[in-house]
Design a binder for this molecule. Structure first.
Ligand SMILES: Cc1cc2nc3c(=O)[nH]c(=O)nc-3n(C[C@H](O)[C@H](O)[C@H](O)COP(=O)(O)OP(=O)(O)OC[C@H]3O[C@@H](n4cnc5c(N)ncnc54)[C@H](O)[C@@H]3O)c2cc1C
Length: 404
């Protein structure tokens, strides 16, 4: 059996380990565009500003490939998959035949068309190479603008702020991290960020970059000009699936997979940011660009490829992050709607915000900021009915709830 894995992020790495656990003799070939040991993208902001060393970003030891008897083609890009022939084509024309193929190529930053990537000082922050390129420029940088106040943009803002750079964040939505926070939690985060000296412009669109001699000088928004020698664009990601052209693999927003992470082409599997898989709560088929999801899906994909029939339970929206001194955890649904009961356990005015969301008595979401201790226990209750006894045992500081 020849297993070909494309991508050495958390999805590919965990798949390799599962395959090797179940199949001691099969051949595993790893193809990855980045020529590194597997590393954590989550650490790229800290690595950019020297808060951590290169050795700290790796998620597996130097002997990982040898230990798992993996043949590597590192530094190679997959250009095409010939589904009929079970062959992967590399950018140099190399042909790699497979019996089973895992696509775990992750996603890449979405760069708006009006931004010229060739301008000096303009970056996205997605991989190790981005961190290293920005790191080189930092000694010349006094002011930085982050376009996009989402999870990645704010991690970059925090790192640059603690490095001593004056940072501005421009966000089109009316709150920070709109995908993970509601209005109340967004306001708590905004307060924490502004206290650290970061300027935040909400509901603001960037109109143009000011550039001289091909170097960025600043960002023009609708209302103001923000000086910047460094601009980081962080406005979302798109899955890396360009190498799949009209074939039998069903593609919607990503590669559609079943509960075994198998695509509509039986020999091709997908996991991680590129896989459109089942949501645990809604059953909907969806993309999630999340680390833990990539790990879990990689494990299921690897095991399935090696013959196991363990099914994927589904993904959950889940974020746990400490930013500017504020710890935030969001899980599942974060905002109310028809048929959704919102229970506020603690109001933000107390410095701790805790909200539960229930549908038909089942816990379908939570959002905790400031004090997140109970969130770990709650994770296991997601999707389960929460009885009154349990709710009563929670530390409740919202008077409305106590009186209800
Ligand atoms: C700054 C930052 C902060 C983040 N913070 C969080 C967080 O707090 N919480 C969270 O859950 N997630 C976070 N994420 C997202 C998380 O890192 C991703 O969801 C996760 O890495 C996805 O894993 P993956 O294995 O699917 O893909 P990736 O980790 O992206 O790995 C993809 C691999 O495929 C390779 N590849 C791509 N295209 C090709 C090709 N054509 N041919 C060959 N190889 C290819 C790449 O080189 C890479 O090795 C963050 C990401 C960043 C950048």
């Amino acid at each position: 059996m020849v297993y070909v894995i494309v991508g050495n992020g958390p999805a590919g790495t965990n798949a390799i380990e599962q395959i090797r656990k179940l199949d001691h003799t099969g051949k595993i070939i790893l193809i990855a565009q980045e020529a590194n040991l597997p590393y954590s993208r989550i650490t790229t902001p800290e690595y950019m500003t020297n808060e951590i060393e290169e050795q700290d970003i790796y998620i597996r030891g130097a002997d990982f490939y040898e230990l798992n008897r993996v043949e590597t083609r590192l530094g190679h890009r997959v250009e095409q998959v010939l589904e009929q022939e079970n062959v992967v084509i590399l950018e140099d024309g190399g042909r790699i035949p497979y019996d089973k193929l895992l696509l775990a190529t992750g996603s890449r930053p979405c760069i708006p068309g009006w931004i010229d990537r060739g301008i000096e000082g303009v970056f996205s922050l997605w991989n190790k190479a981005d961190s290293e390129a920005i790191k080189k420029l930092l000694p010349e940088v006094k002011n930085a603008v982050i376009i996009g106040g989402g999870l990645v943009g704010l991690q970059a803002a925090r790192a640059l702020n603690s490095y001593g750079i004056t940072v501005s964040v421009v966000e089109m939505a009316d709150r920070l991290m709109p995908a993970q926070l509601d209005q109340a939690a967004g306001e708590m985060l905004l307060k924490a960020i502004v206290q650290q000296g970061v300027q935040v412009f909400l509901g603001t669109e960037v109109k143009a970059l000011q550039v001289k001699d091909n170097k960025v000088e600043g960002v023009q928004t609708v209302n103001q000009f923000l000086e910047a020698e460094l601009v980081i664009v962080s406005v979302g990601v798109i899955p890396n699936i360009d190498f799949l052209r009209s074939g039998s693999v069903q593609i919607e927003r990503g590669i559609v997979v079943n509960e075994y992470m198998q695509s509509s082409a039986p020999t091709i599997y997908a996991a991680g940011d590129i896989a459109q898989a089942r949501s645990m709560l809604t059953g909907e088929s969806m993309l999630r660009a999340l680390w833990l999801t990539a790990v879990q899906q990689g494990k299921i994909a690897g095991a399935s490829m090696a013959g196991s029939e363990e099914a994927y339970a589904g993904s959950n929206a889940m974020n746990s992050i400490q930013l500017f001194g504020l710890q935030v955890i969001s899980l599942g649904r974060i905002e109310g709607g028809p048929g959704v009961e919102e229970i506020i356990l603690s109001q933000p005015t107390s410095g701790v915000y805790q909200k539960l969301l229930l549908e038909d008595g089942r816990l379908t979401g939570l959002l905790f900021a400031g004090d997140v201790q109970e969130a770990g226990v709650m994770y296991h209750k997601l999707g389960q009915p929460l009885n009154q006894g349990y709710l009563g045992s929670l530390k409740v500081s919202d008077p409305e709830f106590i009186l209800a």
